[in-house]
Design a protein around this ligand. Structure first.
Ligand SMILES: NC(=O)c1ccc[n+]([C@@H]2O[C@H](COP(=O)([O-])OP(=O)(O)OC[C@H]3O[C@@H](n4cnc5c(N)ncnc54)[C@H](OP(=O)(O)O)[C@@H]3O)[C@@H](O)[C@H]2O)c1
Length: 279
């Protein structure tokens, strides 16, 4: 799709990938509805974009039905949109038994329930041709220790995207599942970065991911996996999971050491040591 003049709702625009994506979309001449929870961060972003007056802000917590209703009932969304990008997300890098029920719920609600509900509610307001991009993860096809709940949410998002894309066949609305690998943003905890460094896991910048997302939107394919060897592992895991079992078994002790340096259950939600902020 050519994006100049298109109205695009981008959730999670105040985050690392969202912010970089807003930049490249605005450079294409898109009209952005920038969503996040932090209005000051969104306003700063808007002011720094090309044509700042073309873009509008939507502040809402997507975890709750009330927050989603606040977004959906906003007058900005009375006019149809051309593209919906479900990008807002969160993760917890921790063994399942070390996670609180709230941490589990947060990941399932924000990464899965929110995009499903936004697609459902916004489909009637999408122009035809229209695009939906659901931002998944390579962990939406590789079950990785320490990310069981995040993987559950992203596997499900992938299935949802595939199913919805087939449901909408011939309607003029296409569904793109876009799956980055590890990316340097505030999403990942200090422990996750330390593990990635020890294992030599490659990490992309948000700018690289945003450029790939832009290409995906312009090409309108249905599945995009970023990075090598992650894209290979995705295919291998589908065909020969025992091979991936063996590769991950070699990393298990390192993963466990980093994943399990968490506070015990039933304490406050994690503090990002680098931001001093609860997310
Ligand atoms: N970073 C990675 O390694 C990586 C890898 C693969 C896939 N992804 C996916 O890429 C997407 C963007 O991630 P990111 O790395 O850019 O994360 P990020 O920097 O942590 O940004 C997350 C975004 O989601 C928003 N958000 C968080 N909780 C929310 C809530 N309850 N309601 C509404 N919005 C909420 C944040 O808004 P506020 O900041 O305003 O609260 C922020 O805009 C996610 O879907 C993630 O799963 C990331």
């Amino acid at each position: 799709m050519k994006l100049a003049g298109k109205r695009i709702l981008l959730t999670g625009a105040s985050g690392g990938i969202g912010e970089a994506l807003a930049q490249v979309l605005a450079e294409q001449g898109a009209i952005l509805l920038l969503h996040g929870r932090r209005s000051s961060a969104l306003e700063r972003l808007r002011k720094g974009l090309p044509n700042p007056d073309h873009h509008q802000l939507l502040v809402a917590d997507l975890m709750t039905a009330t927050g989603r209703a606040q977004l959906l009932q906003h007058p900005i969304l009375d006019e149809p949109i051309d593209v919906l990008i479900n990008n807002a997300g969160c993760n917890e890098f921790a063994w399942l038994e070390d996670q609180s029920s709230e941490q589990v719920e947060r990941q399932l609600r924000l990464n899965l329930e929110a995009p499903v509900q936004l697609c459902r509610a916004l489909l009637p307001r999408l122009n035809h041709p229209g695009l939906i991009m659901n931002v998944g993860s390579c962990f939406g096809a590789i079950g990785y220790p320490g990310y069981s709940v995040y993987c559950a949410s992203k596997f499900a998002l992938r299935g949802f995207s595939e199913s919805l894309g087939r449901e909408l066949k011939d309607t003029g609305v296409k569904v793109i599942h876009f799956a980055p690998r590890a990316t340097r943003t505030r999403l990942n905890s200090t422990a996750a970065y330390a593990m990635n460094a020890e294992l030599g896991t490659k990490t992309d910048t948000p700018e690289v991911v945003a450029e790939a997302a832009l290409q995906a939107l312009m090409r309108e394919g249905r599945n995009y996996w970023l990075g090598w060897p992650e894209a290979l592992f995705v295919r291998l895991n589908g065909l020969l999971p025992a091979l991936v079992d063996r590769a991950l078994a070699k990393q298990h002790a390192v993963i466990a050491r980093h994943a399990r340096q968490r506070q015990p259950l039933n304490t406050e939600p994690k503090k990002h040591q680098d931001q001093g902020e609860t997310r």
